[in-house]
Write a protein of this length. Structure first.
Length: 161
């Protein structure tokens, strides 16, 4: 269902002897466009690293139900890489796109498919449906004057008991 993204998390295995940086982005498969606010903050990690790395969105992008997305990431020493969501099941990289380049506004084509499995996912909050407001209207049926009903003590006092 529709929602807003909190973060993209990727499993990273890194043993180059130097620290590295990573950031991620999300693209709409149909239009090929980078989602509005679809780029995460940069996260750094040390070497060796063999763990999950979570990259948060500074402003939460919105995702729609029944829509395919590309989850992309850039590692400071590698090309732009991606993993598709849904039934597409493709992984690959974009040649000639360095870490210092901004994420392109449109998903690059051509791209190179590779036979490598990645573990990457997005965390989101489901957007609840709008609340239904019910209007209740009161109508005055008749104007009956109110009378005071005496208490038991008043009745006993009036009757002399």
């Amino acid at each position: 269902s529709a929602g807003t993204l909190d973060s993209i998390t990727k499993y990273v295995k890194w043993d180059s002897g130097v620290p590295a940086y990573m950031k991620a982005a999300i693209y709409d498969v149909t239009s090929g466009n980078l989602l509005e606010n679809g780029e995460t903050d940069q996260e750094s990690f040390s070497s060796p690293w063999d763990d999950w790395l979570t990259m948060s969105f500074p402003s939460k992008p919105t995702v729609e139900a029944a829509t395919g997305y590309w989850l992309c990431w850039k590692l400071s020493h590698k090309s732009l890489s991606y993993r598709s969501a849904g039934d597409i099941g493709q992984s690959g990289y974009i040649s000639g796109h360095s870490y210092l380049d901004p994420f392109p506004a449109e998903f690059p084509d051509p791209f190179n498919l590779i036979n490598v499995e990645y573990s990457i996912f997005a965390t989101y909050e489901e957007v609840p449906p709008p609340a239904v407001k019910t209007l209740v209207q009161a109508t005055l049926i008749s104007a009956i004057p109110l009378i005071a009903i005496p208490t038991l003590a008043e009745i006993l006092r009036l009757t002399g008991v």
